[in-house]
Design a protein around this ligand. Structure first.
Ligand code: KIV
Length: 273
């Protein structure tokens, strides 16, 4: 907060106003040091429930809890000065009713100090999003591939190839566009559909695996930084190979410790005289 009591961070309404302009830059962040590194370069940082898979080695995001999201939301907020911070509502914390969603969203906002929450779902979530936004909670929508639905969808795969999928995403985009959400993540779909919905709705679309036709882009930071050495999805561009570099650094450290090359004189305290 500044002395006038207003945050210097980008607000959700400023993100909405970026529709159709310079693409909106978004990345995930889960920790204070990573938030500090990314903040200056991003318009929006998402504390995504992908942290369950990325940080905790879970198979899916469905076991991520509200306590985990609150803890990581607080950590990210300690490292951010400029970007708009959005915290994901985990599976099971908003689908039951709009009242349950409200209570859990309030907890996230109050305990983390973040700017908005994100929840997955199209038409079926419109009433909930309208309820939250009318009561002071900014919401980022999420349509297309919805990772929290992995068990009913039968896996993670891009959507919008078949007519029924195309019309569902079209309906979802229009519904979320009119729900009060300040922007919407569009995940894992084909370029013509992403282009169509981006021009049809008045809020920004933030693409992940949804082509350059969207108003902004988001990636999981750990994917983009190459912190994993395993499979990279087609839509991810690896801007570095930090995983390989970390493994090489650990190998060198191990060699130095075993050969007593580390710690050297310069790393060793001398008795004060
Ligand atoms: O959980 C997450 O990180 C997300 C992004 C990939 C959009 O939802």
């Amino acid at each position: 907060m500044s002395a006038s009591g207003t945050s210097k961070r980008l607000t959700p309404s400023r993100i909405t106003a970026m529709k159709g302009g310079t693409p909106i830059v978004c990345l995930t962040a889960y920790t204070t040091p990573m938030a500090r590194l990314l903040d200056a370069h991003c318009d929006l940082l998402l504390v995504g429930d992908s942290l369950g898979m990325v940080l905790y080695g879970m198979e899916t995001t469905t076991a991520v809890t509200l306590d985990m999201m609150v803890a990581h939301g607080k950590a990210v907020m300690r490292g951010v000065e400029k970007a708009c911070v959005v915290v994901d509502m985990p599976f099971g914390t908003y689908q039951e009713s709009k009242e349950v969603a409200f209570r859990n969203a309030v907890r996230i906002l109050q305990e983390t100090g973040c700017d908005a929450v994100k929840l997955e779902g199209g038409e079926e979530m419109v009433e909930t999003i309208a309820f939250l936004t009318a009561r002071g909670i900014p919401v980022l929508g999420h349509i297309g591939l919805m990772p929290q639905l992995v068990h009913t969808a039968g896996g993670y795969r891009s959507v919008g190839h078949k007519e029924h999928e195309t019309s569902k995403i079209r309906r979802d985009a229009h519904a979320i566009g009119g729900s009060g959400a300040f922007a919407v993540v569009v995940e894992g779909t084909v370029e013509p559909l992403a282009r169509e919905v981006t021009s049809a709705i008045h809020i920004p679309t933030i693409g992940i695996g949804a082509s350059s036709a969207c108003d902004g882009q988001i990636l999981v930071s750990d994917d983009m930084l190459g912190l994993f050495n395993d499979f990279t999805p087609r839509f991810v561009k690896r801007y570095d190979e930090l995983g390989k570099r970390a493994a090489a650094a650990a190998e060198e450290y191990a060699k130095d410790v075993r050969s007593r090359a580390f710690p050297a004189v310069e790393h060793t305290f001398k008795r004060r005289t």
